[in-house]
Design a protein around this ligand. Structure first.
Ligand SMILES: [Fe+2]
Ligand SMILES: [Fe+2]
Length: 203
């Protein structure tokens, strides 16, 4: 896309841009997943990532089929959104020092990716349908179904295993002072403000 030219003039242009954008994103995800597999210490999370890497490679293949049906060369368009999501994930991983917390961070980073993909496939399905290119819709739908299933599995994994385990590793830090403090009183419920005298008289 040129900075000073408006390259997208029609819905078809927008659709092609979206397709190239997602093709770039899926390829970047394929490169990012091995690093996430390496960092995952929870067996189920690791297996889940491995499975999704294989699925993502299949998704790239389906997108190639879409390009073929559209009689264009498969081409990626640099997508700043996925670059940002993946970079944020990498930055976060480099900051985490505990392996149970790392698993929690990995789930969250992966879900950010899945949610991004879900929105993009949703848009491509709608645009392809609008443009009468229903022949390419099944490929998008197949990819979308895998992204949604992955997202749901990640939620279940986080709720049942990963988050509770990381929570147990949290040891409450000892108070620095040995002086015993009284338990603070529970905050009194706020009293309803009475209207000012003048206002009451006027009422
Ligand atoms: Fe994907
Ligand atoms: Fe995905």
């Amino acid at each position: 896309m040129g900075f000073f030219t408006k390259d997208i003039k029609s819905l078809n242009d927008l659709f092609m841009h979206g397709l190239q954008d997602l093709y770039y994103a899926e390829n970047q995800i394929t490169k990012a997943l091995p690093g996430m597999i390496e960092k995952a210490t929870d067996a189920q999370l690791r297996t889940g990532f491995e499975k999704h890497l294989a699925e993502t490679e299949g998704q790239v293949h389906r997108l190639r089929q879409v390009f073929e049906l559209l009689e264009t060369e498969p081409k990626g368009d640099k997508c700043p959104a996925i670059e940002g999501i993946l970079k944020e994930g990498r930055d976060l991983m480099s900051e985490i020092g505990d392996e149970d917390v790392m698993n929690v961070g990995l789930v969250a980073a992966a879900q950010a990716v899945e949610h991004y993909e879900i929105t993009r496939y949703g848009a491509l399905i709608a645009w392809a349908t609008e443009l009468g290119r229903t022949d390419v819709v099944p490929m998008f739908k197949a990819n979308l179904a895998e992204e949604k299933a992955t997202d749901q599995k990640l939620t279940q994994l986080a709720e049942r295993r990963v988050n509770p385990k990381a929570e147990k590793t949290d040891k409450p830090s000892k108070p620095k002072s040995t002086v015993r403090r009284k338990t603070p009183k529970a905050a009194a419920p706020a009293k309803a403000k009475r209207p000012a005298k003048k206002a009451r008289r006027r009422a």
